[in-house]
Structures are given as structure tokens and as C-alpha cells.
Design a protein around this ligand. Structure first.
Ligand SMILES: [Zn+2]
Length: 491
């Protein structure tokens, strides 16, 4: 079989001359089209340099279909001294969505969305669920885990957003109230009231003063203890996974999606006031929490967990065995604040996520994100983008694409087409390495010239399997989400 523009690949490939070439890629046959998304973008609502409307204009110039904005929800840490830690504390903060308010945030998106009907705006959030202190404030104070962030998309209930259970956002509505915390101030008030009442009966000024002397600290104590519940204790001196799980569960309950941000990022420590913010890679949070939708699998740092057989594959294998629902999907994370010349990650259109979406609407794009239908990519040259299509498993007349599960017989055909989606002529003939990973193991690595079409037929054991691919062409990388298949023996 010779297709124009398709190079003969390696002899390892099992071409099927009798297999009919599909008229359209599997994704298109299923009614999906590729939309190009830029995720993890900051606007002026947090510490980004641009307004939403400016970013929308940049996105249009750069042929980006979807802007996944994730402004920081609340960036505030406090170190309290003594018994009244809220009253007597040093606070460090940066702007976040809560400063201008959740309503203004969502309203702004709605306004800009109307002005840019060809662009899909996803109003998301970046949350920091927990932090804890270590060390002594007089000598060396360390702030831990404040860099462990979760991105939230698809939550539109504004009241639910306001009540996100993240540290520093304790409200009456979002904490379960601990009577023991309220008991101290309450008893003090009652004592003050009693002394006041006795003093009134006895017309004793000293007792009035005593009542007042008790009531005032009780009031301060109440203020400090309000809302008499807490998500986590920043003074425990130790890590705690619970606050992160709480956010993931809360967002899922309100119909949203969570993505772990930068699981392996190696940020330098930041000195802020007396405190040193300690940042260490935290890939283990992916296995210690469950129910999140995915994680940033590509960003401007060295990433190892997506290599064949590493943590991501281990989690996907656990998913095959029934754990980790939903399975963790990947997106590309920019953490865009402003343009940095000659730094590809901060040009908005290098680090992209391609989603297969039924339409260019917020609902359809969120559905693609929810189902993990697509791939994460970094593009060396955004004017000639390398892409994959017809990445599919076929068996018994059924077909599944990324994020889907194929009902298969033991005979399965794997296929993918790797080609230049824009500026094809310049890119053709570039060297690309395509790795095929099945069930956590690298099963084949092809060195090809682009464009390339791979097909292989395999007989699989009964049970659940998955395939995913990694394509590397220079610094351009494509990291696909998996296609699953469920093989049952023919009756
Ligand atoms: Zn960020």
C-alpha cells in the first residue's frame, strides 16, 4: 500500500493491504474535531500581566481555540504567634480571585466570551489547599507544601466556588463546626454574663469590671476561633494529604474537574519576609489522592513520571485493576503570566493541549476534557504544528479513540497517523521517534520520517488493556492520552 506523502516505515510494521483506508480519521468519524487549548493561564485577577480580553486577542492571533484560564483563588499564608494566632500574625499574600470576588471573575469571562464567539473561554481556578509551617519564627521559618496546587475547571456554581475548602478560606458555610472549639469562648461569655448578672443584683462595680474583663478576651477568642472548624492545621508541623483530597472530592461533587499542577516541578526556594518557601517535587501526591481528573504531564521542566513504565503507567495499570477512577489524564500546563521573549513555554502557543471536541463550545470542550479525549503537546514551531490523528484501536468493527474503551475480541488493530497539521511542506521529512506503550511497557519504538502512518495487529489476552504513544521530533513532543480496550473471548 502506498499513500502519497506517506513514507515507507519500518519492516516491523504490519501493513494490512486489504484493510480499507478510512475515509476520515477515527476522531472525525465519531463526530469530533481537534480544538487547540492553552491551559493554566493567569490574568490580572491573580498575578498575570493581562486582562482576559487581552489574552483572548492574543489567543486569536495565535490560532488557539480554547483558553483554560486558572487564576489563583486565594494566595495567602499567615504565621500566628501565641494563643490568638489569627489576631497576632504575620500575613503574606498575593492577589487572587477572592480579592475582586467570584462574581466579578465569572462576569468578566461572560463579557469577553460574547466579544469572542470563535474562542472558548474556560474560567478555571488554581487552588492551594494546604500549607504548614516548620521551624522557629525567630530563626528559620519554613513554609511547606504551599506550592502543591490543583487546577479546577468546569465549576459554574458561584456559591460553591466561594466555599472551596482550601486553607485560609474557612467560612461558616464550608466547615463542619467543632463544638469543642466554640466551647472555650462560649463558657467564658457565660461566666462573664453570670458575673455581670450577679454584679447587677448586688450593684457591685468591681463585678461589672470583672465581667467586662472576661467578656473582651472571650470576644477576641471567638473571632480567632471562628468559624469553629478547620480543614487543616498549618501549625501541625507535618504534611497532610487530607486537605487535597477534600478539594478534589468537593469539586467532583459540584460537577468540576481537578488537575494536579506541576507534580515534578523543581522551584527554587523563595525567601519571603522571615519565611523560606520550600518547594520539592511531589509526584507521590498522584498516587496518594484519588478522583482527580488528571495532571499536567507537560510543562517547562524535566518530567519523568510520563516515561514508559513510570508513575503514570503504574497508575493506569492500577486503573485497569479497578483503582484510580477516573484514570489520570494529561494536559499541558503553561503557568502563563506574561510573555518572555525566546522562552517557548511563555509564548502561549507552544505548550498546547489538543482535545477532540464535538463542537467549539464550553460544554463540548469540557466534555472532551472530562473524557480525556486528546493529547498534550509542546510544539517547537507553532506555525507548523505536528499532530496525531486516527489514533485508534479497532476490533470486530468497533473503534475507540483516546479516552475511550474498545469492546474488543482478542484481535486488535492499533493505528495512528503522525503528520503536520499546519505548514506541512516545511515539516515533511523531519525525523520523529514514536513510542508505543501498552499496559505500562514500551512495546515498540519507531524512528520515522514525518508524516508517518503506523498500523499493527495484535492478539491480546482477555482482560483490560491500554495503549498510549509518545512522539518526539526535536523538542516537539506529543503525549497522548490512552485508549483502553476490554478483551473478552468470543463465545
Ligand atoms: Zn499558576
Amino acid at each position: 500500500m502506498t499513500l502519497p506523502g506517506v513514507f515507507a516505515i519500518s519492516a516491523l510494521l504490519a501493513f494490512q493491504p486489504q484493510a480499507p483506508t478510512p475515509a476520515a480519521p477515527a476522531e472525525a468519524q465519531k463526530g469530533f474535531r481537534p480544538v487547540t487549548a492553552a491551559f493554566h493561564i493567569h490574568t490580572r485577577f491573580s498575578n498575570g500581566a493581562y486582562d482576559i480580553s487581552e489574552l483572548a486577542a492574543f489567543a486569536r492571533q495565535r490560532r488557539i481555540d480554547v483558553l483554560g484560564v486558572s487564576d489563583s483563588f486565594l494566595t495567602r499564608v499567615r504565621f500566628g504567634i501565641g494563643p490568638l494566632k489569627k489576631l497576632v500574625s504575620q500575613t503574606m499574600k498575593r492577589p487572587g480571585v477572592l480579592d475582586r470576588g467570584v462574581d466579578e471573575y465569572f462576569d468578566s469571562f461572560e463579557r469577553v466570551q460574547q466579544a469572542y464567539p470563535d474562542l472558548v473561554l474556560l474560567p478555571g481556578l488554581e487552588v492551594a489547599p494546604y500549607y504548614y509551617w516548620r521551624g522557629d519564627w525567630r530563626t528559620r521559618l519554613e513554609l511547606h507544601d504551599f506550592d502543591r496546587h490543583i487546577l479546577v475547571f468546569g465549576m459554574r456554581d458561584r456559591e460553591a466556588v466561594r466555599n472551596l475548602p482550601v486553607i485560609e478560606n474557612e467560612r461558616w458555610a464550608n466547615t463542619s463546626h467543632d463544638l469543642l472549639r466554640a466551647a472555650g469562648p462560649l463558657i467564658a461569655f457565660l461566666v462573664a454574663l453570670l458575673i455581670g448578672a450577679v454584679g447587677a443584683a448586688a450593684r457591685n462595680r468591681k463585678m461589672y469590671l470583672a465581667a467586662f474583663a472576661i467578656a473582651l478576651p472571650a470576644l477576641l477568642w471567638s473571632y480567632d476561633a471562628y468559624p469553629f472548624g478547620r480543614f487543616a492545621d498549618p501549625y501541625s508541623g507535618k504534611p497532610d494529604i487530607e486537605p487535597f483530597q477534600k478539594v478534589i472530592d468537593y469539586v467532583a461533587k459540584h460537577g468540576g474537574l481537578t488537575f494536579w499542577s506541576y507534580p515534578e516541578a523543581r522551584f527554587p526556594d523563595v525567601l519571603s519576609g522571615r519565611a523560606r518557601m520550600i518547594s520539592i517535587p511531589h509526584p507521590e501526591t498522584l498516587s496518594r489522592t484519588k478522583g482527580y481528573r488528571g495532571f499536567e504531564g507537560l510543562y517547562g521542566d524535566k518530567i519523568t513520571i510520563t516515561n514508559p513504565g513510570n508513575l503514570w503507567d503504574q497508575l493506569l495499570m492500577e486503573h485497569l485493576r479497578g483503582a484510580h477512577n477516573p484514570w489520570p489524564s494529561v494536559v499541558t500546563g503553561l503557568d502563563f503570566h506574561f510573555f518572555k521573549p525566546a522562552a517557548g513555554w511563555y509564548e502561549l502557543d507552544h505548550g498546547l493541549t489538543v482535545l477532540f471536541s464535538a463542537a467549539k463550545t464550553e460544554a463540548a470542550v469540557t466534555d472532551a476534557l472530562r473524557n480525556g479525549r486528546g493529547y498534550a503537546t509542546f510544539q517547537e514551531n507553532p506555525d507548523r504544528r505536528l499532530g496525531i490523528e486516527d489514533f485508534a484501536l479497532r476490533s470486530n468493527g468497533n473503534v475507540a479513540i483516546s479516552g475511550e474503551t474498545l469492546k474488543a475480541g482478542p484481535e486488535v488493530e492499533f493505528g495512528v497517523s503522525v503528520r503536520w497539521m499546519t505548514g506541512a511542506a516545511e515539516g515533511e521529512g523531519a525525523a520523529a521517534a514514536i513510542q508505543i506503550i501498552r499496559d505500562g511497557s514500551l512495546i515498540e519504538r519507531y524512528e520515522n520520517k514525518t508524516p508517518a502512518v503506523l498500523r499493527r495487529r495484535e492478539t491480546l489476552a482477555p482482560g483490560r488493556h491500554y495503549y498510549r504513544i509518545i512522539v518526539d521530533a526535536g523538542v516537539t513532543r506529543i503525549l497522548s492520552n490512552p485508549i483502553f480496550c476490554d478483551v473478552s473471548l468470543p463465545n
